[in-house]
Design a protein around this ligand. Sequence first.
Ligand code: FAD
Length: 405
Amino acid sequence: MKIAIIGAGAAGLCAGRHCLRENIAFDIFEQTGNLGGTWNYTDLVGCDENGVPIHSSMYKGLRTNLPKELMAFEDFPYPKQNRSYLLQDEVLDYVRSYSDKFHINPHIKYFKRVIRIERQNFLWSVHYEDVKNKQKDMEHYDAVIICNGHYSDPFIPDVPGIESFSGRVKHSHDYRTPEPYANKKVLILGSGPSGLDISQQISNVATKVFLSHRSKDPLPVPDILHQKCLIKEFVENKAIFEDGTSEEIDDVVFCTGYNYNFPFLSTNCGVKITDNYVHPLYKQIISIENPTLAFLGIPFKVCPFPLFDIQVRFFLATLTGHFKLPKKEDMLQELVEEEKRKSGLPRPKYHELGKAQGSYFNDLSETAKIKMVPQVVQKLYVRVMMNRNRNNCFEIIDDDNFVQI
Ligand code: FAD
């Protein structure tokens, strides 16, 4: 058996490490010259020197929003001397050391961009392009694990009148440093982790920062951020909000999240995206139509590293015969019931776990009889989420920096 893994970020490396543990042959296709995906910071926006769209949404000075204990693979802790809330390059170093320790690097095909995968005669054809010389090639595999990351394709909502706004408009995907916003009046749209973090960075240099969000109650954020409800429209450079107030704005940063995007999937892969919901998948991992196709890291509001680890062990258990998948109709039935339970939610929230992360881990572990994620991960995650509410979204840690947790 040979597996194709798409992407050499934390998820792809974790998939490679467990293939090695199970003695399964694999190749990792990586479109850039680096492993570590998101954790590679670059000043570049747009495309890189090979014409590949910049993948990473990393900005300078980012501190992690989870402590290192929740960002580790189980059998590979961070160095003791690392602080709890890490800098971007400390996570990158960790991921590189993980690859070194488990000898994953020799399996990575760098500068190879997967452009199409399709099901053919019980095998997967993986078509890829060498991004340097543009030569195209194809190889066959028995199974595919998709680890292409979910924070690269910006979601930008329609805002009426935005075309009349003459200031700068960016998405957080292209935000790198606060300096360009010095002495400006900046509107941040969205109060997720990036929105809170970026508004706080920009507030150090801007004249005023307005944070527009959908929450009915004021968010517990520093007073320096002027909170606004959702935006209704732009009339030239005036932002008009749903409560009828308005502000003159110089710059807008959309921190409105990302789309799942698998541009290389052929229709015969049997997986669709509807309103940012990826389906039909068994346990948010395995394609029900083609169960030798798996996706890592689809759920959000999670601890991504422990999630990748248990998801890939779950999938490999099905391939090695350690766990036999239910019949197709039973998997579909389980999905229908899950969708019914979620039917009160907007579709883009179907993959949100949050507090349900622990029971999701339990379910994977019990279903496939695989090792559970350590209980401490779930307990600490709940604790971190509680602190987040208690400590006004920002917690003072070991120096003068505020870090959103
Ligand atoms: P990525 O790291 O995105 O890697 C995907 C890889 O796939 C990339 O190397 C890309 O080049 C490659 N690729 C994509 N398409 C193709 C293709 N067609 N062919 C070949 N290669 C391809 N998580 C935390 O746990 N804590 C945090 O504090 C935290 N902060 C974050 C801050 C920001 C700004 C962002 C964007 C994310 C943050 N995350 C955080 C989430 C982070 O994305 C995950 O922790 C994790 O690193 C994602 O790993 P991944 O392997 O799924 O994806």
